[in-house]
Write a protein that binds this ligand. Structure first.
Ligand code: FEO
Ligand code: CA
Ligand code: CA
Ligand code: CA
Length: 621
């Protein structure tokens, strides 16, 4: 007889009130400490962080990066006190990074500043250990390493080895340098980290005629995000390290033609955190777009493995990759993790979602023989699978996918396999563009949608789990009946823990001004809810509405100007790691809940915050 289903856990903390201070806030009985703030040395090659911005590019290459985002805890020997943190450093704040912000000289960025910026981007892996209730980085541990926007990486999947990936650096098209705008993340059932390239396109420019994919993805025309390309031609430049950000087709020799560099960005990147001798691998089969994250579906022996990934731009899509290989439970502890990654992530089918208004949905395959709405095939339009991947967005258009309100993170309920997706907001959706899955015009608050796969088929059933809103909005806007104790807007980071508690975070654009009613009431936050407990009056599973909204509780509020993003738990759920990105005047102390005294300014540092119960108990219950 099967074991009875465990009853859902009950949240054991009181929902926090709104907060707008220069400090983090946690419920009574919890503590919150800083871990690995920007510039923390990972090894002895880095000088200690300096509060005047004078650390060098070499320091930065050997220290934690900037603008922490997705992260994942990988236990060592199943320990909840000793593990590896894999973490994304999405982008930079030039004013905080340099002593006097970004500088220009005769239209050129100084090479040392550019190298420091390149080294502040990317991903990191480092050992973290808990001692006497405090987590810290184990400096000089053999696992510690950084992947920057210059680190050599392998390409795998359909684009690898194709003419589209041939660059002066890699004439075979099988390698590239760097990853950037690593936003959301994922992990795999075989023990690797997935880091996802989101808003990378603006780091490149093409001042000639942009290709269709460059146009759709937003490759720059006359300038790049931080002007790294302007340092090209400096006497110290190595292998076009600066020139390659300018992908304008060149009449110069092949050795100086960087037109294909941008074709090697926009992917999900796999990292083996446990083996520091391995390279990162860009898994191109999962598509090329503004990847937010990449989350695995629950695995079943003998079934394909699925990964879900949002494309975060207004009116973009959500994707599913399904492996050709069938899951072998022995691969949960493989001898070679990246070979296992190749088995499941390099061959398979990429699909894009269509949400029908009747609550059903369909997965549309991006294959050469897929028939488009106008009766052609993707193969006829794009020629081959590598070019379909390069043009993922265009191929999804041709198939008739549903444009969404900015797909951010995906996560999967470990108890029943349902997939959740944050749709952060879309102020540009008009009344004429509404559909059942994106039902509010001028959607400044966002919502969370979820679906259950129809087993073995390319279809699913969906519903909306919760609508963001300010508490004072009309019922038409505040469809989930939120109050001052759980109002939120712009859901973004999200994970289920192993007990079936859903945790989600907000990125409400507060650093850009408190531009909506929620942002005028509270800083960004993390909330928790147990979906298995959310039912209607008849006892049926449902979304959040006025009758059950109290089940959604605010667990954490961040300091002024920040976004709260990235969330991962130790196996025993006694520590949760989250990231504070782009704070305004924080951290002041190693205790994340202490604010700078009035009138005191600190150089802001994005940071991981570790939250524990003061008594060491399990989080949330
Ligand atoms: Fe980097 Fe979509 O958030
Ligand atoms: Ca995000
Ligand atoms: Ca966001
Ligand atoms: Ca961000």
């Amino acid at each position: 007889t099967p074991a009875p289903a465990p009853s859902p856990p009950t949240l054991g903390f009181q929902s926090l009130p709104n907060s707008m201070t220069d400090a983090a806030v946690v419920p009574a009985g919890y503590v919150a400490h800083i871990l690995g703030a920007w510039g923390t040395p990972l090894n002895s090659l880095a000088a200690e962080w300096k509060s005047d911005g004078t650390n060098t590019s070499t320091d930065q290459a050997n220290a934690t990066g900037m603008h922490h985002d997705g992260l994942h805890y990988f236990a060592l020997n199943n320990s909840s006190s000793d593990g590896l943190l894999a973490i994304n450093f999405e982008y930079i704040d030039q004013d905080a990074l340099h002593p006097n912000g970004a500088t220009l000289s005769a239209g050129k960025r100084p090479v040392e500043e550019v190298r420091k910026e390149i080294n502040a981007h990317g991903t990191g892996v480092y050992r973290v250990r808990r001692s006497a209730g405090r987590w810290s980085i184990v400096k000089d541990d053999a696992h510690n390493r950084r992947f920057t926007s210059a680190t050599v990486m392998d390409l795998a999947g359909p684009v690898a080895g194709s003419p589209y990936a041939v660059t002066p650096f890699s004439p075979t098209g099988r390698q590239t340098r760097g990853t950037n705008n690593n936003c959301g993340n994922g992990y795999t059932p075989w023990g690797t980290y997935l880091t996802c390239e989101e808003n990378w396109a603006g780091y490149f420019r093409n001042s000639g005629t942009r290709s269709a994919d460059q146009d759709r993805l937003g490759v720059g025309r006359s300038s790049t995000r931080y002007g790294w390309d302007t340092a090209a031609g400096d006497a110290s430049e190595v292998d076009g390290e600066f020139a390659r950000w300018n992908v304008t087709p060149s009449g110069a020799s092949a050795a100086e033609d960087y037109r294909n560099e941008a074709n090697t960005f926009g992917y999900v990147v796999e990292i083996d955190p446990y083996d520091p001798t391995t390279r990162a691998v860009k898994r191109t089969a999962l598509g090329r777009f503004a990847h937010e994250g990449a989350w695995p579906g629950n695995v079943k022996a003998g079934q394909p493995v699925s990964f879900y990934s949002g494309d975060d731009s207004r009116f973009e899509y959500v994707y599913r990759f399904v492996s050709e290989a069938l899951w072998d439970p022995a691969d949960a502890a493989p001898s070679n993790r990246l070979a296992t990654g190749a088995k499941y992530l390099d061959r398979g089918t990429l699909y894009v979602a269509r949400f029908n208004d009747d609550g059903t949905g369909a997965w549309l395959a991006l294959r050469e023989d897929s028939v488009t709405r106008d009766g052609r095939t993707l193969g006829a339009i794009y020629g081959n699978l590598a070019n379909i991947i390069l043009n993922t967005r265009g191929a999804a258009d041709a198939l008739g996918a549903t444009p969404m309100d900015r797909p951010e993170w995906t996560t999967v309920n470990p108890l029943n396999g349902e997939i959740y997706l944050t749709l952060t907001n879309n102020s540009q959706r008009t009344a004429a563009q509404l559909n059942a899955a994106n039902p509010r015009a001028n959607n400044v608050n966002g919502h969370i949608i979820r679906w259950a796969e129809d087993a073995g088929r390319d279809s699913f059933k969906w519903d909306i789990f919760v609508f963001g809103s300010d508490a004072g909005a009309t019922a038409e806007t505040n469809r989930s009946g939120l109050t001052a104790l759980n109002q939120f807007a712009s859901p973004d980071g999200m994970t289920f823990d192993s007990r079936g508690i859903l945790w989600f975070q907000t990125d409400n654009g507060i650093d850009g001004g408190r531009s909506n009613a929620v942002a005028q009431s509270t800083n960004d936050q993390m909330l928790a809810v147990v979906p298995a407990a959310v039912k209607n009056a008849a006892g049926a599973q449902t979304g959040i509405d006025a009758s059950n909204q109290a089940l959604l509780r605010r667990f954490f509020v961040g300091p002024n100007e920040c976004e709260v993003t990235g969330v991962t738990f130790t196996p025993d759920n006694t520590s949760v790691f989250i990231n504070i990105q782009h704070p305004g005047n924080w951290p002041y102390d190693t205790d994340a809940t202490l604010a700078a005294p009035s009138g005191v300014r600190v150089r802001p540092r994005s940071s991981t915050v570790v939250i524990q119960k003061a008594d060491g108990g399990a989080i949330g219950v």
